[in-house]
Design a binder for this molecule. Structure first.
Ligand code: ATP
Ligand code: MG
Length: 420
């Protein structure tokens, strides 16, 4: 018997790069998540000259940075994730209690989706020189015959770079593949506002995202002058606060504890507490239980819908409906209009229009925390969660223990005046 080995063609780069990440926003999210995972307190997403041919996208963080060893053993090691192995910064993790957003070891290839050439500058502290790595993604596209690992990427140590980098990582993406105009940047800002769950139990240290596009500063001043603050592109990205809807609508909070024993439900109407109850969690098998999950769901009436539009600058129907967050980060595209309706809300509504809520009537979030490994993000990063048994349990829980109870009150009691 002889042993044979797989060979890997350089064509793998596109399969896990620009072909896998089919959405520009998702590509940015992946890089922001990496900065978060690197314990950064701040990440700047900068767009330079993106209306012209020599535009650049720069992602700059003040996280832990990488030295040559990290670059060789982590960044340049395809489909390897130290986070998944559980050996990425054990000490830092205990200190900050951050649970990593990444685990597959492919997120960094989303740089390929955004632009043809990537330059990384990184360092772990000011005593060290800066590591500079240059990747020309097109070099991988020239011949399928070439082996992945034989395509060179350039590495050097330098004393300084154009970005003020004391500690952390800068990803400089040149030859940007698409046009980032005001409309797209505004949309990106709105998407980034939904990327992070504002009530993160996962994060003890703060994390902020800043969006910068100097080409659009006069556009921003114009928007501000017209009182349209939600049109502004530059500045800190603030998380969307669902709780602002509290006083205007009926809402329900349902949680399953960490051990998966109890389901606790609380219902509020226009800010007033209505009822609370606890019951045994039926979503259990012998060795697994739906656990460490919280849902906060709002029923949108005419008043809350118009308040929403005024505050957000978009109608709730364009904003999306029920988002899912795993350890603080949104799973895309769950919650988006159409393809993000993973709980089948609109199909259900069609069966009984006046008795059921559809995506247009709901805004809210599902938070999945802790290990909860059964809930796995699809590798395509735009495919939501894998449709496994855990996911089916979650769907069932959401419809039976959250949605139906909200409907019973908001439609049955508020609208038709029945008793609780
Ligand atoms: N901004 C950064 N700062 C420090 N290290 C980074 C940064 N970005 C990436 N890395 C390192 O490169 C590795 C690969 O990142 P990548 O996003 O591809 O994989 P991952 O985050 O482990 O998993 P996923 O594919 O689920 O995102 C990371 O595990 C981390 O060690
Ligand atoms: Mg990642």
């Amino acid at each position: 018997m002889t042993r044979k080995h797989f060979k890997v063609s350089s064509a793998l780069k596109s399969i896990i790069g620009k072909d896998l990440i089919t959405d520009d926003f998702v590509a940015i999210f992946e890089l922001v998540k990496n900065s978060f995972d690197a314990n950064a307190k701040r990440v700047d997403v900068v767009f330079e000259r993106t209306l012209s041919d020599d535009g650049r996208i720069i992602i700059l963080d003040n996280g832990k940075g990488m030295d040559l060893k990290d670059i060789e053993e982590k960044w340049l090691f395809v489909a390897y994730s130290a986070k998944k192995e559980g050996i990425e910064d054990y000490r830092d993790e205990i200190k900050t209690k951050r649970i990593h957003a990444g685990a597959k070891g492919i997120g960094r290839f989303s740089c390929d989706r955004l632009g043809k050439v990537l330059t990384i500058y990184s360092r772990r502290n000011t005593d060290e020189k800066i590591s500079k790595l240059t990747v020309d993604w097109e070099a991988f596209e020239k011949s399928m015959q070439k082996k992945f690992e034989n395509i060179p990427v350039e590495y050097e140590l330098i004393d300084s770079c154009e970005h003020k980098l004391t500690k952390g990582t800068v990803l400089e993406i040149a030859n940007v593949r698409s046009v980032w105009d005001a409309f797209k940047l505004r949309k990106l800002r709105q998407s980034l506002e939904k990327l992070i769950n504002p009530s993160q139990s996962n994060v003890k240290t703060p994390f902020s995202i800043y969006l910068k596009a100097e080409e659009f500063t006069s556009y921003d001043s114009e928007a501000k002058k017209n009182g349209q603050d939600h049109e502004v592109i530059n500045g800190k990205v603030s998380n969307f606060l669902f709780e602002k809807l509290d006083l205007k609508s009926t809402s329900i909070k349902v949680g399953i504890d960490k051990k998966g024993e109890l389901i606790t439900t609380e219902l509020f109407d226009k800010g007033q507490f209505v009822y609370r109850m606890a019951e045994e969690n039926p979503y259990k098998t012998e060795n697994w239980a739906l656990s460490n999950i919280r849902v906060h769901l709002f029923a949108m009436n005419q008043t809350s819908k118009s308040m929403f539009t005024k505050y957000m600058g978009v109608r709730p129907v364009q904003f999306g409906s029920v988002f899912v967050y795993k350890n603080g980060f949104r799973i895309h595209p769950i919650g988006e209009i159409g393809r993000g309706d993973v709980f089948g809300l609109d199909g259900r509504k069609q069966q009984g229009t006046s008795r059921f809520f559809g995506t247009r009537d709901l805004v809210g979030r599902v938070e999945i925390d802790g290990d909860n490994d059964e809930f796995r993000e699809a590798s395509s990063r735009d495919g939501g969660l894998e449709r496994n048994e855990a996911f089916i349990y979650l769907q069932d829980f959401f419809i039976d223990h959250v949605l139906k109870r909200l409907e019973r009150f908001a439609i049955g009691v508020v609208k038709y005046g029945n008793k609780v």
